[in-house]
Every structure is written in structure tokens, then in C-alpha cells.
Design a protein around this ligand. Structure first.
Ligand SMILES: Cc1cc2nc3c(=O)[nH]c(=O)nc-3n(C[C@H](O)[C@H](O)[C@H](O)COP(=O)(O)OP(=O)(O)OC[C@H]3O[C@@H](n4cnc5c(N)ncnc54)[C@H](O)[C@@H]3O)c2cc1C
Length: 507
């Protein structure tokens, strides 16, 4: 009945005249939009969250001929990755590297450069333009694939219906045969240090600082912490990274590689305090004061900085999603519990990406997005969690896929190790980029590749070959007998494979 009496969004537009656009829509009285809430629109699948998981899933669903909507509250598609994660951080990493290289690494290449000045505002603008271009690109793909993009905050009303508080005011309601939760993650806060994104920052503040701090402390020596530490150190900050564990890069990084990475980053000017815990922080004065203690107890010290980056990890985000209305709970780490087909305990409600199990990586979320749509449409899908690469985009890059030595030892697996240094690779020599190595781990009996670990220029690109090898169940001999173009860095990859079951030629 309400439907007949109250105007729809389209009729509101009509009443505002032919030139009515989004600006007029925003000024329209609220009741005109609330009326829309009574007309829950039906969909085959609704994605709540338009990050990599949600937007990729929505595009795939559109391609599969499903009627699909994607709800995103940020007002921009692409989630953490495009807006405040992978993309802006890589823009700053790339351009800060260029700046640092021009300052410190051109003379020996025969290039004399005049005065070099940092224009931070322009560097940030270049980053923002990359982000804007990519998020707009996703909107275009939505249109191309018939995805309804609903800008607003979604919350479950019941097991099939979602109420959306629209970004532009008012609300609407959607009904889905299938609903996929893809609400992502947020920075884990450090107790006692309030984030203001100016003095005490997360990665979101770290990609938007307006000036280079003199001193920066970083709590957490994982990938995000080290990437941001690299950016600001290259731009002139004195950066100290405090890490509770005995190695940088997080537990997935092979210990040999982590040691090399730390040595190289130290040479670049980063300072490290490993096996050290931050016991408290105080940002009440001009800067941020951290109290540190040896991880095993004992030695104490104070670390002062102008800006402190909190990078102790990320946690799933499901706030305000109305999970209590559908009886779905999260586990002790705030993850939504799912089965192998991404189903929660309510089978038509599934979950993918950062808000559930597995590594918090954009490409993992993307794989799950395709698989979840295949499960919905065809009843089968596929993600190989044993072959998901990780990359740290420092200079040199660090990349790996599969297991590291510690993991194999802990699992009692017998393995062979082969490695090849970039100092012995012709392309690395011509590029004057000889830091690093490729390391292979393969099964002692079958020679099947179990892990590939690389530190060196372009490691993040090269790891694709290792991932393909793992996906196809290749042996190190398979890789070594595959012809690689000369002169390329990838020849180091081939020779490391060769040295795993036989001997490398050039080392
Ligand atoms: C600084 C940084 C650098 C990173 N670099 C890399 C990298 O180089 N490579 C890599 O693979 N990964 C990287 N990551 C991780 C990567 O960004 C995440 O793994 C990825 O974004 C996860 O995608 P997602 O779609 O699951 O979640 P998100 O990208 O977090 O997207 C979730 C979206 O859901 C929206 N949302 C939440 N709740 C609601 C709701 N109720 N209604 C509507 N919308 C909602 C949010 O606004 C958000 O846009 C980085 C992360 C950070 C922070």
C-alpha cells in the first residue's frame, strides 16, 4: 500500500525537473527517500562491502548473468586496497624510491644531477590521482557488467534483507537470495595510544602526512610497517622500527631472507629494535614517547619521535553490520566463521576477504570473490591457499610463496635447499642491483617445489613464476629445464631451481 502512495526515487527526480542530478537529489527532503525503504529490491546476490572482495565478486556475478548489487559505505569503490592500502602505498613507495635513487644512486651510473628537491604535495597528488583513476575504473566496470552500486552503510534486518543508510541521505532496503559479507578489516589499535592520524598514525595517516617528520617510530616490523618506514626514511625522516619478534617481515618471511632484508634496510638508514616490546605510549606532549622493554623482560628504554606509526596488524571489521539480527557470531579474533564454500551458519550468507580466515591480502580476497560466485552459480569453486604469494614492496622487494624453512622443519618435512645470488646474475650486474637472492625449497624425495623465497629487484613480479610452479605441482627440475630469456633477472630463478636438485652453472 505504501508503495502506491509514496513516490519512488525516479518520481522524485521527475518532480525536481529534467535537470535534476545528484546535487538536487541530496537536497530532497528525507521522507521522500525513506519511502523507498518499503520497496526492497530483489537480487540474486548482494555484496556488502565494495573492497577488492566485494567489487570483484560483484563484477563476476554480473558476468555470470546474476542480478547483483554491491553496497559500499565509503562513497568510493575499491575498499582499503584502492583507497588507503595497496595502491596509495605503492605510489609513494615508487616515487620515494625514485627520489632516493636520484639523490644517492646516479653518480656511479654516469648521471650527474643538479639540485634535487622534494615536492611532497605533488607526490601526494600523483598518489591521489592514481587512486581516483582506479576507483572510477571500477565504477565503469560496474556499469559495464550491470552491477547496481548502492552507496551507503548496509546492515542485516533479517536473513534476506539489508537496510542501507545512504551516503546522500535517506535509506533503502535490498533483498538477496544470496548475500556475501565482504566488509574487510581495520587497523588493530595499540592500547593507550589514541589514533589522531597526525601524530599517532595508522597506515592511513602514513600515506597522507603533510610534511616529513624529523623522527618517526614504528610499532611493528611487519610488511605494512616496513613499507611505510621505507617511504618516510627515503624522504628524510629518522625512522626506528620496534618489533616484538626476533625477525622483521612477519612469521611468513623465511629467516634467511628476513636477515638479508634487515641488513639492506639498515644500510639504507632504518633503525631496528628487535625482540623489543612497547609497554606504553604517551602522546600528550609535542611528540610521542614510547616506553620499550626487552621482549623477555629486563632492559628498559624510552623512544621519542615526532610521529608514531601503529602497525601491529589488522583485524576483521563487521561493526554495525547487524550480525545480531541474523544470529551470526565472530570468533575470538573477530573473524566470521565459514565453511569451505564460504558459507556462514546461515547457508545463503557467505563471507570472503579480510573479514574471515586466511592472509589479509588483496589477491587472496580477489580469488575468493571469483570462487564464491562460482559456488553460488555452479556449486563449485577453487582457491589454492597453498599458493598465495606475499610481497613486501621495499627496495629490494621481498616475495615468497609456499612454505619457509621453519614451517617445513616444524612439520617434519625433509627438503632440499637451492639458492642463487643476484651478484652472479648478468642482468642484475648491468642494472647495478645485485642485492639479494632466490631460494628454493623442494621435497627431498620427489623434488616437488614446496616454497620459493626471493629478495631482490622485481621480486614481486618474479614470484608469479614460483606461484605458477607451485599451482602446477612442478619440481625444481621442471623449472630448471624451462628456457629463460637472457639476460634477465629470471635467470637467477632458473639457476636457483637448478641448484636445488643439481648445481647452478654460473655460481
Ligand atoms: C597500507 C596497506 C597496504 C597494503 N598493501 C597490500 C599489498 O600491497 N598487497 C596486498 O595484497 N594487500 C595489501 N594490503 C591489504 C589489502 O588492502 C586487503 O587485504 C584488501 O583490501 C582486503 O579486501 P576486502 O575487500 O576484504 O576488504 P576492504 O578492502 O577493507 O573492503 C571492505 C569494504 O567494505 C566497506 N564496508 C564495511 N562495512 C560496511 C557496511 N556495513 N556497509 C557497506 N560497506 C561496508 C568498507 O568501507 C570497505 O570499503 C594493504 C593494506 C594496507 C592497509
Amino acid at each position: 500500500m505504501q508503495k502506491a502512495m509514496l513516490p519512488t526515487t525516479r518520481s522524485v527526480l521527475r518532480s525536481l525537473g529534467s535537470r535534476a542530478g545528484p546535487a538536487n537529489l541530496r537536497r530532497a527532503p528525507q521522507w521522500q527517500f525513506r519511502s523507498y525503504a518499503s520497496e526492497a529490491k530483489d537480487y540474486d546476490v548482494i555484496f556488502v562491502g565494495g573492497g577488492v572482495a566485494g567489487y570483484v565478486g560483484a563484477i563476476k556475478a554480473g558476468q555470470e548473468g546474476l542480478k547483483v548489487a554491491c553496497i559500499e559505505k565509503r562513497g568510493m569503490l575499491g575498499g582499503t586496497c584502492l583507497n588507503v592500502g595497496c595502491i596509495p602505498s605503492k605510489s609513494l613507495l615508487n616515487n620515494s624510491h625514485l627520489y632516493h635513487q636520484i639523490l644517492h644512486d646516479t653518480k656511479k651510473r654516469g648521471i650527474d644531477v643538479g639540485e634535487v628537491k622534494l615536492n611532497l604535495k605533488q607526490m601526494m597528488k600523483a598518489k591521489d590521482e592514481s587512486v581516483a583513476g582506479l576507483t572510477k575504473g571500477v565504477e565503469f566496470l560496474f556499469k559495464k557488467n550491470g552491477v547496481d552500486y548502492v552507496k551507503g552503510h548496509g546492515a542485516f534486518v533479517n536473513e534476506h534483507e539489508i537496510r542501507v543508510n545512504l551516503v546522500d541521505g535517506g535509506e533503502t532496503q535490498l533483498k538477496g537470495k544470496n548475500i556475501v559479507i565482504s566488509t574487510g578489516s581495520e587497523t588493530t589499535p595499540f592500547p593507550g595510544l589514541e589514533i589522531d592520524e597526525k601524530k599517532v598514525i595508522t597506515s592511513t595517516g602514513a600515506i597522507a602526512l603533510e610534511q616529513v617528520p624529523k623522527k618517526m617510530s614504528v610499532i611493528g616490523g611487519g610488511i605494512i610497517g616496513l613499507e611505510m618506514a621505507s617511504v618516510w626514511s627515503r624522504l628524510g625522516a629518522e625512522v626506528t622500527v620496534v618489533e616484538f619478534l626476533g625477525q622483521i617481515g612477519g612469521p611468513g618471511m623465511d629467516a634467511d631472507i628476513a636477515k638479508q632484508a634487515q641488513k639492506i634496510l639498515t644500510k639504507q638508514g632504518l633503525k631496528f629494535k628487535l625482540n623489543t616490546k612497547v609497554t606504553s605510549g604517551d602522546a600528550s606532549g609535542d611528540g610521542v614517547k614510547l616506553e620499550l622493554e626487552a621482549a623477555k623482560g629486563g632492559k628498559q628504554e624510552t623512544l621519542d619521535a615526532d610521529v608514531c606509526l601503529v602497525a601491529i596488524g589488522r583485524r576483521p571489521y563487521t561493526d554495525g553490520l547487524g550480525l545480531e539480527n541474523i544470529g551470526i557470531e565472530v570468533d575470538e579474533r573477530k573473524r566470521l566463521v565459514i565453511d569451505q564454500e564460504y558459507r556462514t551458519k546461515v547457508p545463503h550468507i557467505r563471507c570472503i576477504g579480510d573479514c574471515t580466515f586466511g592472509p589479509m591480502l588483496a589477491h587472496k580476497a580477489e580469488e575468493e570473490a571469483v570462487a564464491v560466485v562460482e559456488y553460488i552459480k555452479h556449486g563449485h569453486g577453487h582457491v589454492n591457499y597453498g599458493a598465495i604469494p606475499s610481497v613486501m614492496y621495499t627496495n629490494p622487494e621481498v616475495a615468497w610463496v609456499g612454505q619457509n624453512e621453519k614451517e617445513l622443519k616444524d612439520a617434519g618435512v625433509k627438503y632440499n635447499v637451492g639458492s642463487f645470488p643476484f651478484t652472479a646474475n648478468s642482468r642484475a650486474k648491468t642494472n647495478l642491483e645485485t642485492d639479494g637472492m632466490v631460494k628454493f625449497l623442494s621435497d627431498k624425495e620427489t623434488d616437488r617445489i614446496l616454497g620459493v623465497h626471493i629478495i631482490g629487484a622485481n621480486a614481486g613480479e618474479m614470484i608469479a613464476e614460483g606461484t605458477l610452479a607451485l599451482e602446477y605441482g612442478a619440481s625444481s627440475e621442471d623449472v630448471a629445464r624451462t628456457c629463460h630469456a637472457h639476460p634477465t633477472l629470471a635467470e637467477a630463478f632458473k639457476e636457483a631451481a637448478m641448484s636445488t636438485y643439481s648445481k647452478a652453472i654460473h655460481y
